[in-house]
Design a protein around this ligand. Structure first.
Ligand code: FAD
Length: 364
């Protein structure tokens, strides 16, 4: 079979993982073309801002749950065998704390599967258990605990690039106004493109030929601190507002501790809100006093305040193939707050669609 030429638009976790999995299949010549690349920090580029951890929010029996399940298998192997990927198990486990009063809030809705005492992933992640009443802190009605990973995105994204480069994937900077430009501009060295893979995240809402208006921003504000903590902690909600969140996780290999957050739908504000930052820090030390050894927020040693926009799609991540004019397009965008934890499952599904699209093309 002659080599097939593919352009992946996007160098976030979706584009890079898809390019990597496709590059392991013989017969593809792949270009990743994107406005932003690992190393950049921009409000249109969600991936560097993520925590990122594995905390499945997908619902039982859905494709999304299957994508998350497949991704755990890979993250588990990387955390065990590949420290250079920037993924580690935290020394202690991931604890999800549930307050009954949060039911119905944006955060609790988003976490609904996580807050179940018997979520689908209880047999996937190691050491899953429900905490006893005696172990619960004040104001907490129930909690689960399991082994999870935290990804240092500043190491992991360049690691994905390096793995792609080993497999001869080409990287280029480009800005597309319309998806068809990925095949018509001088992007692929062959001058001909068989398939374009659309991994544009939130910007799928603006890219010509796609313009998916069901993709909206869910603004996440974070603080990265030098203070260290053993446990990863997440709460079902906060007393400060429906769209605020409380989580703490320590990135691998000196990446600092990420404390968050918020889930502000429809909000594109790129600058950190200083008042929200104070609330985030106060909640974090209340949930995890060991962060500051019992002292106040002035004992937090701040590396950076940040804001990222989760690409939330109404019907969930779009993994589909379609013809745009004469061009085969495979979509992989709209993962919301789950772009890392679903990354290998989504990329695997997208690669299957690329292969299916090209088989159809040869039959036509
Ligand atoms: P992006 O990372 O946004 O990448 C999009 C790419 O497309 C970029 O390279 C961009 O330049 C390119 N692009 C877009 N339009 C064009 C165009 N027209 N022309 C050229 N290039 C274009 N997920 C988890 O799994 N676990 C977590 O713990 C977690 N925590 C998070 C915390 C925060 C604060 C935030 C904001 C997100 C978090 N997420 C988490 C979600 C995760 O970050 C996203 O789901 C994921 O990064 C989306 O990746 P992506 O590749 O689809 O999009």
């Amino acid at each position: 079979m002659a080599e097939k030429n593919v352009v992946v638009i996007g160098a976030g976790v979706a584009g890079l993982t898809t390019a990597l999995l496709l590059s392991r299949v013989p017969g593809y010549r792949i270009v990743v073309a994107a406005k932003h690349m690992p190393g950049d920090y921009d409000i249109e580029y969600a991936s560097p801002w993520a925590g990122a951890n594995y905390m499945p929010v997908s619902l039982r029996g859905t494709d999304a749950a299957e994508w998350d399940r497949k991704t755990w298998e890979v993250f588990n192997k990387l955390a065990l065998n590949c420290p250079e990927s920037g993924i580690h198990f935290q020394d202690e486990d991931c604890e999800i704390r549930n307050r009954s009063k949060d039911v119905g809030s944006a955060t609790a809705d988003w976490f609904s599967e996580l807050l179940s005492s018997s979520p689908w992933f209880k047999n996937v992640v190691p050491s899953f258990r429900t905490l006893s009443k005696e172990e619960l802190g004040p104001g907490i009605d129930s909690a689960i605990n399991f082994t999870s990973v935290c990804i240092n995105t500043a190491l992991y994204l360049p690691w994905l690039v390096s793995k792609c480069l080993e497999n001869k994937v080409i990287f280029k900077r480009a800005i597309f106004r319309h998806i068809s430009e990925a095949s018509s501009l001088n992007i692929h060295p062959s001058g001909h493109v068989d398939v374009v893979i659309n991994c544009t995240g939130l910007m799928a809402s603006k890219l010509g030929g796609v313009e998916d208006k069901t993709v909206v921003a869910a603004r996440g504000q974070i603080v990265i601190v030098r203070n260290e903590v053993e446990k990863m902690v997440n709460l079902s909600g906060t007393d400060d507002g429906d769209d605020e969140a409380c989580y703490i996780m320590a990135r691998a290999a000196g990446g600092g501790t990420v404390i968050g957050g918020s889930y502000q739908k429809g909000n594109w504000e790129s600058q950190p809100d200083p008042n929200l930052a104070v609330r985030i820090m106060k909640r974090a030390i209340q949930a995890c006093p060991e962060l500051t050894g019992g002292k106040g927020i002035e004992a937090l040693d701040v590396i950076r305040h940040g804001v990222g926009l989760r690409p939330v799609r109404e019907e969930g991540t779009r993994i589909e193939k379609e013809k745009v004019g004469n061009l085969w397009v495979v979509h992989n965008y709209g993962a919301g707050g789950a772009g890392y934890q679903s990354s290998y499952g989504c990329a695997d599904a997208a690669v299957r669609l690329v292969r299916a699209a090209l088989e159809v093309k040869t039959k036509l």
